[in-house]
Structures are given as C-alpha cells and as structure tokens.
Design a protein around this ligand. Structure first.
Ligand code: PLP
Length: 379
C-alpha cells in the first residue's frame, strides 16, 4: 500500500547524518530537533502553537483533557473512521455520539451532527478522512451556535488546504479550536516509529496542553493537573524535519497518482472514484484540497470482497477502510443507536476499497492496477 523504502532513498543521507548527531549528543528526549521541528511545523501550518506528542491517539486524548471535558459530556464524531477517534472519548469517560457520514466525501455529515446535539453535547470531532477536510464551514457555524468545541482529527489530512466560505485558505487541523495529527509511518507525514502533534491558535489552551503532555507539570516537580507522558523523541523529529520541506511535493505526487487513477476509471459505471469538494473539479492544480492519504473507490456491483481477493491473488495490495461501522463494534455498540441513523456508513463499509497510494507509484504500476480492477469488475 505504501513504499517507505523507496521514499527513504531520497532523504537517506540527511536522515543518517542527523541521526548520528542525535546519537552522539544523546539528547533523545526534548532535544533541539524536537523544538526546531515544532517551529517549522508552526510555520508550515501558519498556526501559533504546535505541541508535539507521542502519537495521534494521544494527541486526540490530550486535546479533550486540555479542553476540560468531563465524564458525561457528549462528544459527536463520525461512525466511519479509525477506532482511535472514538476510543479516547470512551477512555476519558465521555459519551461518544456516533453519527453518519456523507456518501460523496466519506466525511461526517453536518446534518447528522445537528440532529445529535443535546444540552450535554460539549464537542464535535470531525475526521478529515482519507485526506480531505470535512465540511468545516458548516461545522464551525454549528459549534458557534451551540457553544461547542471543535477538535479536528487531522491524522489523515496533514498539508490539505481548506478554502473557507469567505475565500481564505487554512490548513487542515488549524480551523477548529484544536487539531490533532499522527506521524505514524504510513501517514502523509510519517516518521520511523510513533509520533503525533496538536495544533492550536489559543495561547491559554497551548499552555495547558504543554503541561498535560509532561505529567501535568508547568514547573519542575509541581503537578498542577493530571497529565500523561506523551513525547515526540529526537530521532523521530529528525525524520520529520527531513520530510516536512518535502511534504507538499509528496502530496502532489499522491494527487498526480489519484488523477491517473481517476482518468482510468472515468467511464466505469460500477466504480465510483473519490469526489473532492471545494468546487475545483476534484483534483485541481491550484490547491491542495485533497492530499489522498487513501485513494478509495466505491465498487457498486457487490463485487468488492471478491475484488479484494482478486487483487491480493495478483500481488496488488489493497485495503478496506473501514469494514465495520464503529457503532457495530463490540466496544462501542450502544442501545442508543438505531440502524436507520447509519444508512450511509452501513452501505460504504460494503463498497469501499483503497488502492495503493504513495509517493513512489509509477505509470506502469498504475496501469497494471487499474486494468486488473476494470477487467474484474466488468467480468
Ligand atoms: C492514524 C489515525 C489515528 C491515530 O494515530 P496514531 O498515531 O496511530 O495513534 C487517529 N485517527 C485517525 C483518523 C487515524 O487515521
């Protein structure tokens, strides 16, 4: 699905040299590279504060702790996402409220959010699934109207642009009150282990969060709040510093691959290619509205499972993200949920298939993959 060895060749010397410096200096935790990376990412995202941490799941959890969410508070998020999003809500004793997504974009449906809001609702967690922002304009309006926090799960969309209704452009993860991302190796900006970060423009919240990631300490050995131990280490920061200046190029390579896939599938009635919003004809050259963390098709002919098998038999990796709606997972099933509220997710889990998507895909690979898919679907 991804080719991390191929990508490594382009940054090998830089990374190895910097690794050596870290190893010689032994500044493994909170070393200069972590601080430099933090500044570089703040600049790239045009956000006031980046708080590095140990992984994307922690980042989400720490956001919720920092906002002072308390047991019993309801947090609305998408039914169609990776489990980490709902996991941390449950772990903190908050009440997850799962809602349906939009068929075209796979992202949380603002109409479903609105319906789910109660007097106990405290936050919305939109997930920018597969590399494209959820409908942030409507979500921010809803949040303002009902006095709710918006925590963006930006694990899959780092570098993506969101063009707001007023025409201003913002980077995914910097639109809500706070954003969380992951540097898991296969993400668009991945390190060589675990890593994550939190973004916010709010000075007070940033200060709170910086203490929480470090055992609730604001002054050495003074623990003002209950915190966690969640740090990005220097070796990971080195990798991220090498990759960040190349992130736009990496994302544009993904977009090029997506364009080629789209073209090959354009006349296929049983295959729906991913739809991008922002009115720019899907994949435009002028903005990064979709950074294709995944290239996800919908197979409408009920052949999805057989297609997965067929691709695997022919040596083509593929993935089904996600095969089971969260509201049907044992850990998160709840008598509160009614299947009629999840018609889109229930359908998508049977239709979606993600094809290989990374920075090293070449034309030959794309033709091979698209031909296999098209021949099989039309058989
Ligand atoms: C990867 C991912 C996470 C969690 O990130 P980790 O770094 O693996 O903890 C959270 N949410 C979404 C949508 C993800 O894709």
């Amino acid at each position: 699905m991804v080719d991390l060895q191929g990508q490594f060749q382009g940054i090998k010397e830089e990374v190895n040299q910097s690794f050596e410096i870290v190893l010689e200096s032994a500044a493994f935790i909170n070393g200069p590279d972590v601080r430099e990376f933090q500044k570089e990412l703040e600049e790239y995202l045009s956000v006031k504060h980046v708080i590095p941490c140990a992984n994307g799941t922690d980042a989400l959890q720490i956001c919720m702790m920092g906002l002072g969410l308390k047991p019993g508070d309801e947090v609305i998020t998408a039914d169609f996402t990776f489990a980490a999003t709902v996991e941390v809500i449950a772990l903190l004793g908050l009440t997850p409220v799962l809602v349906d997504v939009e068929e075209d974009t796979f992202n949380i449906d603002p109409k479903a959010i609105e319906k789910a809001i109660t007097p106990r609702t405290k936050a919305i967690v939109p997930v920018h699934l597969f590399g494209q922002c959820a409908n942030m304009d409507v979500i921010m309006d809803l949040a303002e109207k009902h006095n709710l926090f918006v925590i963006e799960d930006n694990a899959q969309a780092i570098g993506a642009d969101h063009t707001c209704n007023d025409g201003t452009k913002k980077k995914a993860g910097t639109i809500g009150h706070v954003g969380a991302t992951s540097f898991f190796p296969s993400k668009n900006l991945g390190c060589y282990g675990d890593g994550g970060a939190i973004f916010t423009n709010n000075d007070e919240l940033a200060h709170t969060l910086r203490g929480i990631v470090n055992h609730g300490m604001y002054e050495r050995y003074h623990h003002d709040v209950v915190g966690v131990n969640s740090r990005l280490d220097s070796l990971q920061a080195v990798v991220l510093r090498a990759k960040l200046p190349r992130l736009d190029e990496y994302n544009s390579k993904r977009r090029e691959a997506a364009k080629k896939y789209n073209k090959a599938f354009s006349n296929q009635t049983n295959i729906k290619v991913p739809i991008t919003v922002n009115g720019c004809d899907g994949i435009c050259d002028t903005c990064d509205c979709h950074v294709f963390h995944q290239y996800t098709l919908r197979i409408l002919s009920e052949k999805r499972d057989k297609l997965v098998q067929h691709l695997n038999e022919n040596g083509v990796p593929c993935g089904v993200y996600y095969p089971i709606p969260l509201h049907q997972q044992k850990a998160y099933a709840d008598g509160r949920y009614d299947e009629s509220g999840f018609t889109v997710t229930n359908k998508l889990v049977k239709e979606v298939i993600s094809l290989p998507m990374h920075t090293e895909l070449d034309d030959e690979q794309i033709s091979f993959i698209t031909k296999l898919v098209i021949d099989f679907v039309n058989k």
